[in-house]
Design a protein around this ligand. Structure first.
Ligand SMILES: [Zn+2]
Length: 182
């Protein structure tokens, strides 16, 4: 696959749907987070291994783990959005909003977003309060994806509906952004 061409066309389409903005941040998160998957299940990870991590999604991290891996809340917070009814997957942008996901709001205007969960793989409800490290769901391969993985991002809200991703600071893992540089 021609990655740069894919990158350009996907980016163009996504921008036109208003899902990715050109706002970027190079800042680290204000909160400290826990790894959202068991360390020993990770086969590959990185923030710069997906062509979809552009614009305001720049600092997202993909953790390659097998399907049905438990997903942990990265910090305490309140569930604000979720989807778990999707059975669809594909590697075109039409599948962008077909990924099962959870978003949890934390302090300091930061939230964490967990994407590509399995069908019916969400184990929390809207407005539920969760503790750091609590199992919130199970990984899968739904949405805009090729192989099973967890897409993880830390959002910092700049207004009610608008955010940038920031670099996740982990209490129990390496600085992912130093593993690869771009
Ligand atoms: Zn991703």
């Amino acid at each position: 696959m021609n990655v740069s061409k894919f990158f350009m066309s996907q980016k163009g389409k996504v921008v036109s749907k208003g899902l990715v903005t050109h706002k970027i941040s190079r800042a680290y998160s204000k909160n400290m987070y826990l790894l959202p998957v068991p360390k020993d299940k990770i086969t590959e990870f990185g923030f710069d291994i997906s062509p979809a991590h552009v614009g305001n999604l720049l600092n997202s991290i993909d953790f390659y783990v097998p399907k049905d891996t438990p997903i942990f809340a990265a910090a305490e917070g309140k569930v604000i959005k979720l989807l778990d009814s999707s059975r669809s997957k594909g590697n075109t942008v039409e599948y962008w909003d077909k990924g099962n996901f959870i978003e949890i709001m934390h302090s300091k205007k930061e939230s964490t977003h967990y994407e590509h969960l399995r069908y019916k793989g969400v184990k929390v409800r809207i407005c539920q309060k969760v503790k750091a490290g609590e199992v919130i769901g199970f990984s899968g391969n739904t949405g805009f994806t090729e192989n099973p993985h967890l897409h993880f991002q830390v959002n910092r809200y700049v207004s009610k509906d608008d955010f940038v991703t920031v670099k996740a600071r982990f209490a129990n893992f390496i600085d992912v952004y130093k593993k690869h540089k771009r």
